[in-house]
Every structure is written in structure tokens, then in C-alpha cells.
Design a protein around this ligand. Structure first.
Ligand code: HEM
Length: 143
């Protein structure tokens, strides 16, 4: 990723990364089929789960994963480490039957969240598209 794109992704991510629960809530609200994949959350109303410890823990796992990935961007010699974490994510999700279409839904939901809660313009949108493409290229190869 070019340096200006890395900077755009990092600064917008830093501005929303503390919204862990709100991000997961936005994902489940937009795509109930994603929520339905979670044994702990399937079949329950979003309002009844969003305040739970389980919900907070999972929200934190997702956000931490993104933080780890984004921290690697733009740093020399991190390609193998990036590939490893993305491959592992693809494998763990393949084992749960998560589909590419659901990862695309997740992408749409996170994009919508960023758009409405972070500084946003066409260059920033393009930088995020590149960051997602790069991650999904590896994740999908393992899915
Ligand atoms: C677990 C991240 C997309 C369903 C996890 C974990 C992480 C994570 C870090 C815990 C570690 C692991 O088991 O690998 C992400 C990220 C995603 C993503 C970064 C998108 C880029 C999805 C999607 C679904 C999903 C689209 C469902 C449609 C699950 C389930 C678990 C899980 C069911 C297990 C939860 C549990 O029982 O503890 N995810 N995930 N994930 N993810 Fe994802």
C-alpha cells in the first residue's frame, strides 16, 4: 500500500477503534446472517446481547485483529507475518463455514460505519478498499 494510503487507513482506524461494541452491533444489525453464525448470539435479539460480556469480548477480538493488521501496514519486512495472521483467520473461519459473501457483507458494514463515523473522502475510501482487497486476497485463499 502506498504511504499516503497507509496513513489514511491508520488515522481513520485510530479514530473509531475504541467503538468496539458499536462496530459489532452495526455489523449484526446490517447482516443478521452474520450474527446467526455465532452459537452464543444466534436467534437472540441484538438489544438483549449487545450489553453482554460475550459480546464485548468478541467485539474486542475483531477490533484487535484489525489493529494488528493495520499496525503491520507500511512497515518493512512484515509481509510474512501479515500473511500468516490472514491465513490463520481464513482457516479458522473456513472451519466454521463462513463464506466469502459473508466476509463481503462484513466489509460493507465496516465501510458504512467508517463512512458515518470517521473523516471520509474518495481518497480515504480508496485507501480502505485497497487495505481490504489486500487482506481478503489472502483470507479468501484459505477460506
Ligand atoms: C471468531 C475476526 C469475519 C464469525 C473470530 C475471532 C477473530 C475474528 C479474531 C477469534 C479468533 C478466531 O477464532 O479466529 C474476524 C474478522 C473478520 C471476521 C477480522 C472480518 C475481516 C467474520 C464473519 C463471520 C465470523 C463474516 C460470520 C459470518 C465468527 C465466529 C467466530 C469468530 C462464529 C467464533 C466465535 C466464538 O465462538 O468465540 N473472528 N471475523 N467472523 N468469527 Fe470472525
Amino acid at each position: 500500500l502506498p504511504a499516503d494510503e497507509v496513513a489514511a487507513v491508520k488515522s481513520t482506524w485510530n479514530s473509531i477503534k475504541h467503538d468496539e461494541v458499536a462496530i459489532l452491533e452495526a455489523v449484526f444489525k446490517a447482516y443478521p446472517d452474520i450474527q446467526a453464525r455465532f452459537p452464543k448470539f444466534a436467534g437472540k435479539s441484538l438489544d438483549s446481547i449487545k450489553g453482554s460480556a460475550d459480546f464485548a469480548i468478541h467485539a474486542s477480538r475483531i477490533v484487535s485483529f484489525f489493529s494488528e493488521y493495520i499496525a503491520f501496514l507500511g512497515v518493512e519486512n512484515t509481509q510474512p507475518a501479515i500473511k500468516t495472521i490472514l491465513n490463520e483467520l481464513g482457516q479458522s473461519h473456513r472451519n466454521r463455514g463462513v463464506t466469502k459473501a459473508q466476509f463481503e457483507e462484513f466489509h460493507q458494514a465496516l465501510n458504512a460505519y467508517l463512512k458515518s463515523h470517521a473523516n471520509w473522502n474518495p481518497d480515504i475510501a480508496h485507501a480502505w478498499d485497497d487495505a481490504f482487497d489486500k487482506a481478503y486476497f489472502v483470507i479468501f485463499s484459505a477460506l
